[in-house]
Design a protein around this ligand. Structure first.
Ligand SMILES: [Zn+2]
Length: 200
């Protein structure tokens, strides 16, 4: 038996050790408390890899293009950030770049580090539990979705002044935002913790 608090409504449950593939739901709000072990690991790892690939892709491909009076210009995400690396905007630019790119990437790297060995049926990597705890702790600081919303709103506002086009990196970033939200839904922290308990 394990004592588990529902992540959604905090109700405490005594959850028995479930056979593989069985799920447990909160009695009050129906939030999933424990999912089938292996499918949950597969999905969390797959979303982790997908997020990492999409964000790295978004860094190097054109993020947006602006065209006015026959002149056109395309820029990458790093180009956007670099454009503001000047004077008092430097700390702000670094904070924004960290919260939209660095923190989501560090989070999935920690997640993959903690889960990949278990998924392969090996014992957990050294400090895997700490890596998973940090990855969960960084979750609120990963703000890719706020950036995408902000960029979309800002670009709609300047659409009258110039012709704006979204590049492949913008769409990759949008996809990453949806997958990050999905990953949050499917990550079964309780069963991951019970797997990490085998750490030496
Ligand atoms: Zn609940």
């Amino acid at each position: 038996m394990t004592l588990l608090a529902c992540p959604s409504c905090d109700m405490l449950h005594d959850v028995p050790d479930l056979p593989q593939g069985r799920r447990a739901y909160c009695l009050r709000c129906n939030h999933m408390l424990v999912s089938g072990r292996h499918t949950s690991l597969d999905r969390t790892l797959a979303t982790g890899f997908a997020i990492a690939i999409l964000i790295v892709f978004a860094l190097f491909f054109p993020f947006l293009s602006i065209e006015e009076l026959g002149f056109s210009n395309t820029t990458t995400l790093l180009g956007v950030a670099a454009a503001f690396l000047d004077g008092w905007l430097i700390p702000l630019t670094l904070a924004v770049t960290a919260s939209i790119v660095a923190i989501p990437l560090i989070r999935v790297a920690l997640l993959i580090y903690a889960l990949f060995p278990i998924w392969r049926g090996r014992p957990p990597a050294p400090h895997a539990a700490r890596a998973f705890r940090w990855s969960e702790a960084l979750r609120p600081w990963s703000m890719a979705e706020i950036f995408v919303l902000g960029a979309a709103v800002a670009l709609v506002k300047v659409a009258d002044l110039a012709t704006i086009g979204f590049g492949p990196a913008f769409w990759a970033f949008c996809a990453a935002v949806f997958i990050i939200a999905f990953e949050r839904q499917i990550t079964d922290a309780a069963s991951i913790w019970s797997m990490l308990d085998n750490e030496p």
